[in-house]
Design a protein around this ligand. Structure first.
Ligand code: 7TS
Length: 416
């Protein structure tokens, strides 16, 4: 007998109850939050974790021998271990806390880049990156006198891997920085295959997983990536905490990014020695409550199950893609589902995305409008900006109906 694996569907109405903010009203209407790619909402478990930290064991970490400091340190490091398990790192030592994905990329660009880049070598990025995976590389390659080139994407919004291969051919490419999932096109890149091509050419890779870790099961060992970055606030955690995963041997070799307390083993006026991993990269008092809060978010996501979460988003994005496709003069960006993440960016002829977002906001529907910090994507597509609806576990098919009805109303207002 053939056995099919049935993933039990989630009780979305019950899940919504876990998110206090979803009970609020906006302009007298129920809130329909469709801006999850910018930042996600937070479940009660995370809010309570932050509150408990400040009420019961607020103290600095790694410094005190008193009870509160020991408790704070245990939970701060415990959260690191949860995050390591969540993305299947080999060890918590490979998990560096940063402020966000952006800081994690800057850490690699400066610490690894300034030590390894020089004239005659290059970094490769892609045309579908968030600004945070372009600008640090521009700054650092310029400073090092190294080159920087970009892998283009095709009309369907997929990376042109033959162009990547060409960039790898001459052996001058030292690192390729690319996104696992685009925050505008929704493209999910074949990370494992891309990493294999990069490694075959003797280069390293940095995977921007800011839009992947919150929405898909991610296994850094399966990807075999060298660096991987993501932000806590997009995955139900607090703002101010992000993650750099790095292969241990690489992190060991890299010089520190910032100097200060906690990242040193020994300080003399004539010079200093660095702390061991992961603390070598964590200078100063860290975001303690936020790291522990991210640990609570990881617990919440683990209990939901990333496979089930992804299945729910595929259902929503498939419906959104189809329904938006029925609207005249509306252009959807990126490849069709199911090989796309749970968001759809689109442009409606003659309605500026900001006007559309403002009209939807009056109905309690929150979407994002603009270039979504990915101006080069819009430039390539020949549009100034786009509107974007991005989903998470607490969104429902009814909210897509409301979005579509709102777009029709906006079209009426603008009479096109
Ligand atoms: N990489 C990708 C793919 C992103 O989507 C974002 C944020 C970042 C990096 C940077 O994350 P941060 O937490 O360091 O700021 N993307 C978005 C967005 O699409 N709308 O607002 C932020």
């Amino acid at each position: 007998m053939n056995e099919t694996i049935v993933i039990p569907t989630l009780d979305v109405e019950a899940i919504k109850q876990d998110f206090p903010i979803l009970q609020r009203k906006v302009h007298g209407r129920a809130l329909h939050y469709l801006d999850n790619a910018a930042t996600s909402q937070k479940p009660r478990a995370v809010l309570e974790t932050l509150d408990t930290y400040y009420r019961e064991y607020n103290a600095n970490v790694h410094r005190g021998v008193h009870t509160l400091s020991e408790e704070a340190t245990a939970r701060y490091e415990g959260a690191r271990a949860k995050i390591a398990r969540f993305v299947n790192a080999r060890s918590p030592k490979e998990i560096i806390y940063t402020r966000n994905a952006t800081e994690a990329i800057n850490l690699v660009a400066y610490a690894w880049g300034l030590a390894n880049l020089r004239p005659g070598v290059r970094v490769v990025s892609t045309e579908m990156e968030h600004h945070s995976n372009i600008v640090p590389w521009q700054l650092v390659t310029q400073q090092a006198g190294a080159g920087l080139s970009y892998v283009p994407f095709d009309e369907d919004g997929r990376l042109q891997l033959d162009a990547l291969d060409r960039a790898l051919e001459d052996g001058r490419t030292k690192l390729v920085a690319f996104t696992a999932a685009s925050n505008v096109l929704g493209t999910i890149n074949p990370v494992k295959e891309i990493v294999a091509r990069i490694h075959a050419a003797g280069a390293l890779c940095l995977v921007d997983a800011a839009q992947a870790v919150p929405h898909l099961p991610v296994d850094v060992q399966d990807w075999d990536c060298d660096f991987c970055v993501f932000s806590g606030h997009k995955m139900m955690g607090p703002t101010g905490i992000g993650v750099l995963y790095g292969r241990r041997a690489l992190l060991e070799e890299m010089p520190p990014f910032m100097g200060g307390g906690d990242m040193i083993r020994e300080v003399r006026l004539t010079g200093s020695k660095w702390n061991e991993l992961p603390w070598k990269f964590e200078a100063g008092t860290p975001a303690i409550a936020e790291a522990i809060g991210l640990g609570a978010a990881v617990d919440y996501l683990t209990a939901l199950g990333m496979e089930r979460l992804r299945a729910h988003e595929v259902e929503l994005v498939t419906q959104a893609w189809e329904r938006l496709g029925e609207i005249p003069n509306l252009k959807r960006l990126g490849p069709p589902p199911p090989e796309r993440s749970g968001l759809v960016a689109f442009a409606v002829d003659s309605i500026h995305p900001h006007d559309l977002a403002a009209i939807l906001d009056q109905e309690g529907i929150a979407i994002r409008a603009g270039h979504h910090c990915a101006a080069p994507i819009h430039e390539k597509l020949g549009i100034a900006a786009s509107a974007r609806a991005s989903f998470y576990i607490y969104n429902t098919p009814e909210e897509i109906d409301l979005l579509v009805a709102g777009i029709y109303r906006a079209k009426d207002i603008f009479a096109i």
